[in-house]
Design a protein around this ligand. Structure first.
Ligand SMILES: Nc1nc2c(c(=O)[nH]1)N[C@H]1C(S)=C(S)[C@@H](COP(=O)(O)OP(=O)(O)OC[C@H]3O[C@@H](n4cnc5c(N)ncnc54)[C@H](O)[C@@H]3O)O[C@H]1N2
Ligand code: MOO
Length: 417
């Protein structure tokens, strides 16, 4: 059975994700930025080490650098970090040495000071040091000319530590993505409107604020265009502005089968938009398309309006798509880590859609990973979502689960964390 005609005609989450990734071409424009600001950015040009790390043989301990094996050694001086010993040790000679200090010429081992007794200039020890003991070798971490991190890597704190240790002050990265964010709906009111002034059926435009926060965590520049009433002219203007000033547009709502959905009509005038029905719960309706412009195209992600559905589809589908768009290589585009956990409560589920229930997972007193679902699992229920720390991922074709069953959980990572 092909995915498109799978049971009830819904597209699987995996197939939808793959289609997004396959149809997106990464941006190519780069910029040079200080290393200290590079966390989260994608490396665009190779960085080769200009030196060995460590740059010289140095001590792993505070203690004594020794030449050869001997009953006792004569102390000849000291080698401190930044102040190496100038001479060469002969057999039976030693210097004081501190952690990180250069191992003097002639020394072939270091004894930690806890094992040593110094009387005058005579050094004895409670046990012999082995050849090479406590010496960190020149170039054992990185050698001169070595590529430090691959192009396409998403730069993380350990990368920054490595590049800084190699003296790299600036890096060439792909530019930040630009998002345009807007909401559409007569019922939506901006934050700041007093609750007493909301009309019947009005709600706060909460999705835009949550999506803004998520996009910020994804290190995206955001053009927040605000909230528009269901007026085709205004919606058209907003989409043209969004298209011309962003790499992608995100909206929520209006992707299902409602009546006042001018969004669809306007988008179909401006570009090619597909309305998908996904085998995901929550988040069945989802729109994806492209709005052509003179210098390329702008992607469009239409998330479902229900607040939990909007965030779940952002997390499961848009985040991987944005990783491709921002140029992250495949190796660095790993899906969120999944764990197995034991259910603390039963779950009702109908086969047909992969269910991303909101849950709380932790290790119990016996060290077993357990999970309980949080709150009513409706796509409008935010209180349960807010008290959750993971998704409980229930397979598409699965049914009810019982207390004690082992299930898959996906702990929240950025931008949910
Ligand atoms: N006859 C059908 N009705 C619905 C279907 C269906 O297949 N057939 N699918 C349901 C599912 S599943 C979802 S999810 C929703 C998605 O609908 P839309 O994306 O078209 O969204 P709206 O109808 O505009 O709104 C749905 C819901 O979300 C609230 N909303 C919208 N925007 C915001 C916002 N910016 N901030 C907060 N909340 C927002 C809106 O008030 C509605 O309550 O459709 C089902 N219906
Ligand atoms: O995505 Mo809809 O949220 O399944 O309600």
């Amino acid at each position: 059975m092909s995915d498109a005609c799978a049971e009830n005609g819904l597209r699987s989450v995996e197939a939808a994700k793959q289609m997004l990734i396959d149809s997106i071409n990464p941006i190519t424009e780069t910029e040079i930025i200080p290393l200290s600001q590079a966390c989260g950015r994608v490396l665009a040009a190779p960085v080769l080490s200009a030196l060995n790390l460590p740059p010289c043989d140095n001590s792993a301990m505070d203690g004594y650098a020794l030449c050869g094996e001997s009953e006792r050694y004569t102390l000849m001086g000291k080698s401190l970090a930044g102040h190496p010993f100038a001479g060469t040790l002969e057999p039976g000679q030693a210097t004081r040495i501190t952690t990180g200090a250069a191992v003097p010429a002639g020394a072939d081992r270091v004894q930690m000071q806890e094992n040593c007794t110094l009387e005058g200039d005579q050094l004895t020890m409670s046990r012999p040091a082995k050849p090479g003991e406590n010496i960190r070798r020149r170039g054992e971490d990185v050698h001169t000319g070595q590529s430090l991190i691959p192009v396409g890597a998403k730069i993380k704190v350990p990368h920054i530590a490595l590049l800084a240790a190699a003296g790299v002050a600036e890096v060439t990265v792909l530019r930040k993505l630009k998002a345009a964010l807007l909401s559409i709906g007569d019922e939506l009111k901006p934050l700041g409107t007093p609750a007493s002034e909301l009309g019947d059926g009005d709600i706060y435009d909460s999705n835009r604020i949550a999506l803004y926060a998520a996009l910020e965590q994804l290190d995206v520049d955001i053009l927040d265009l605000g909230c528009y009433p269901d007026q085709p002219e205004e919606i058209r203007e907003a989409f043209i502005h969004a298209r011309n000033n962003a790499d992608f547009v995100i909206t929520s709502g209006g992707v299902s089968v409602g009546e006042a959905d001018y969004t669809k009509t306007v988008l179909q005038e401006l570009g090619e938009i597909d309305f998908w029905k996904l085998a995901i719960k929550p988040g069945k309706p989802f729109a994806f398309g492209r709005l052509p412009k003179t210098n390329g195209e702008t992607l469009f992600f239409g998330l479902p309006g229900n607040p939990v559905s909007a965030i779940v589809t952002l997390y499961q589908l848009v985040v991987p798509a944005l990783e491709k768009l921002r140029g992250t290589s495949e190796q660095y585009r790993q899906p969120p880590v999944q764990l197995r956990a034991r259910l603390l409560n039963g779950i009702r589920k109908k086969p047909g859609r992969t269910d991303y229930q909101r849950g709380f997972t932790y290790r119990d007193g016996d060290g077993i990973q357990v999970v309980e679902t949080r709150g009513i699992q409706g796509s409008h229920i935010l209180s349960g979502f807010a008290s959750a720390n993971c998704f409980v991922v229930l397979p598409r074709e699965g049914g009810d689960c019982e207390t004690g069953d082992w299930v898959t959980v996906e702990p929240f990572t950025a931008p949910l964390k």
